[in-house]
Design a protein around this ligand. Structure first.
Ligand SMILES: [Zn+2]
Length: 426
C-alpha cells in the first residue's frame, strides 16, 4: 500500500478551519499537524478541503435502469409499476453498480449501502456481480441483499376486508440459506466488502424472516438493514398485522440494535422515537425519495433531539433519479427548517457533514475505524477543489459545499488509503 502526505490542506476544526499536513501510512491516518515530514507520495493540498468520506447509507443500485421514466406516483402505485419491469440480467446489475459507485464517489461518498434487488433464481450471481463491480471501482461496499417472504399484495393494508395472498415463491428457510451462503462467499470486511442482513420491511416480511436475519447477524457479526415506515399505508398495515406500531414490534422480536440502520422512518410517533434512541438504532434519511413519492417528511429534528443517530441516503434511482449525495445532504438538512420552528435545532452545514460521515459509520458499527479525520482511523478521504467556481468565493467552504450546488468539486478520493479518484477522474 502506498503511503502519502497531503500538504497544506484545509481541514475543519471544532468551529473553525486549520491548514495542516496529513500523513497516511498503511491505509490509516498516521498524523495530522502542520509542517510534518513528507512521507511517501506528496499531494498538494493547497486550495483544497479534506473531509472524511460520506456514506450513501441507502440505495438500490439496479434501479438506475429505471431512472427518469417512473410515473409521478406515490410509493404503493410506484412499486406496482417497478415490479412490472422485466428482471435485469447480471450484466445490467454490474453496470448499474458501477454507475452507483461512481456517482457516490463523485459526490463525496466513500461507502455505499446497496439494498440490492436480487434476480429471481440468480440470487448469488447477482451478489457476486455487484461485489465484482464494487471491488473494481474500489468503493467500500455494504451489500444488503433485499429479501422478503410475502407476496406484494400482502404489503397493502386490507381494511375491513379479509384478504388472502399468494404464497411467496421461495420459502423463508431457502431465503435465509441464500444469505448465509452469500456471507460465506463474499463477506470480507477487511477488503471493504460487507454483507448485511436486509429484510425489505415489515410490509413484506414475516417474523420468521426477521428473526432468522437477527440470528445470522449475531452468528456472523453482520449489520442489519431494513426499510421502516416509509408511508402512511405501512403505518396502518403494522397496526393490522401486529396490533401495535412497527417499531414496538421490531423491538419485541429483537431486530433493533446499535448496528441496525432503518431507511426512511417517516411515520413514527414519539414512543417509537424513544425506542430507536434506547436501542441505538440509526435512521437513514432519504429526503429526495420521500419527496418524489410524496411519502412525507421524516421527523429528523425530533430524532436528533431524542439522541437518535441519523445519516443520509440517496435511495434507489427510480425514486430519486439522481444519486448525488451532496444533493441529499443539502435537501435533507434544509428541509427541516420548515418542520421545526425553533431555529436553534435546525441542522447546520457542519452538523450535516458529521451526520453524513460519522453518522454513517456509527450506523454500520465502525465508528472506531471510520467517519472522521482522526489519527488511527482508516483513510477514507475526500479532497474538494476550492477553486471550482461553484465553491467560490472562499467564504465558508463547508457552508458552501452543503448549501450551494457544488459541481465537479471532488478532486481526489481514497478508500482505505488507496486512491480511486485522482484529479477529478477515476
Ligand atoms: Zn429503498
Amino acid at each position: 500500500m502506498l503511503d502519502f502526505t497531503i500538504q497544506n490542506v484545509l481541514i475543519a476544526t471544532d468551529d473553525d478551519y486549520a491548514t495542516v499536513d496529513v500523513q497516511i501510512v498503511d491505509g490509516a491516518i498516521a498524523a495530522i499537524a502542520s509542517n510534518l515530514q513528507a512521507i511517501g507520495t506528496v499531494i498538494d493540498g493547497k486550495n483544497k478541503l479534506l473531509l472524511p468520506g460520506f456514506f450513501n447509507a441507502h440505495t438500490h443500485s439496479s434501479e438506475m435502469w429505471q431512472r427518469g421514466i417512473m410515473s409521478v406516483f406515490p410509493l404503493e402505485l410506484w412499486l406496482a409499476e417497478l415490479y412490472d419491469f422485466a428482471p435485469l440480467d447480471p450484466e445490467q446489475v454490474y453496470l448499474s453498480a458501477l454507475g452507483t459507485a461512481v456517482e457516490t464517489l463523485l459526490s463525496g461518498g466513500t461507502s455505499v449501502v446497496d439494498h440490492l434487488v436480487l434476480i429471481p433464481g440468480l440470487e448469488l450471481e447477482t451478489i457476486a456481480i455487484a461485489t465484482r463491480a464494487y471491488r473494481e471501482v474500489g468503493i467500500r461496499a455494504f451489500i444488503a441483499p433485499l429479501i422478503q417472504d410475502e407476496s406484494l399484495t400482502a404489503g397493502i393494508p386490507s381494511g375491513e376486508s379479509a384478504q388472502t395472498h399468494e404464497p411467496y415463491f421461495r420459502s423463508t428457510a431457502a431465503t435465509l440459506e441464500i444469505i448465509e451462503e452469500a456471507v460465506r462467499q463474499f463477506h470480507r470486511p477487511d477488503e471493504g466488502i460487507n454483507i448485511l442482513v436486509a429484510p425489505t420491511g415489515i410490509q413484506l416480511c414475516t417474523d420468521a424472516l426477521f428473526q432468522g436475519c437477527s440470528e445470522l447477524s449475531s452468528r456472523y457479526n453482520l449489520c442489519r438493514h431494513s426499510h421502516l415506515l416509509e408511508t402512511r399505508a405501512q403505518e396502518k398495515l403494522a397496526q393490522e398485522k401486529y396490533g401495535c406500531t412497527a417499531v414496538e414490534h421490531l423491538k419485541r422480536i429483537g431486530y433493533l440494535s446499535d448496528r441496525t440502520t432503518l431507511a426512511h422512518c417517516v411515520w413514527l410517533n414519539d414512543a417509537d422515537i424513544a425506542i430507536l434512541a434506547e436501542t441505538q438504532s440509526t435512521v437513514v434519511h432519504n429526503p429526495l425519495s420521500n419527496l418524489r413519492l410524496g411519502s412525507g417528511i421524516a421527523p429528523i429534528l425530533k430524532y436528533r433531539q431524542a439522541g437518535v443517530n441519523v445519516t443520509f441516503g440517496c435511495d434507489g434511482a427510480s425514486s430519486n433519479d439522481s444519486q448525488d449525495l451532496l444533493e441529499a445532504i443539502k435537501i435533507g438538512s434544509i428541509l427541516h427548517n420548515v418542520t421545526g420552528s425553533d431555529y436553534q435545532h435546525w441542522i447546520t452545514p457542519r452538523q450535516a457533514v458529521e451526520m453524513a460521515s460519522l453518522g454513517g459509520a456509527k450506523g454500520l458499527n465502525i465508528a472506531d475505524k471510520l467517519g472522521s479525520l482522526t489519527v488511527g482511523k482508516q483513510a477514507d478521504l475526500v479532497l474538494y477543489d476550492l477553486t471550482n467556481l461553484s465553491l467560490l468565493p472562499r467564504t465558508d467552504p463547508i457552508g458552501l459545499l452543503v448549501l450551494g450546488r457544488p459541481t465537479n468539486v471532488v478532486n481526489s478520493v481514497w478508500v482505505n488509503g488507496k486512491q480511486i479518484v485522482a484529479n477529478l477522474s477515476l
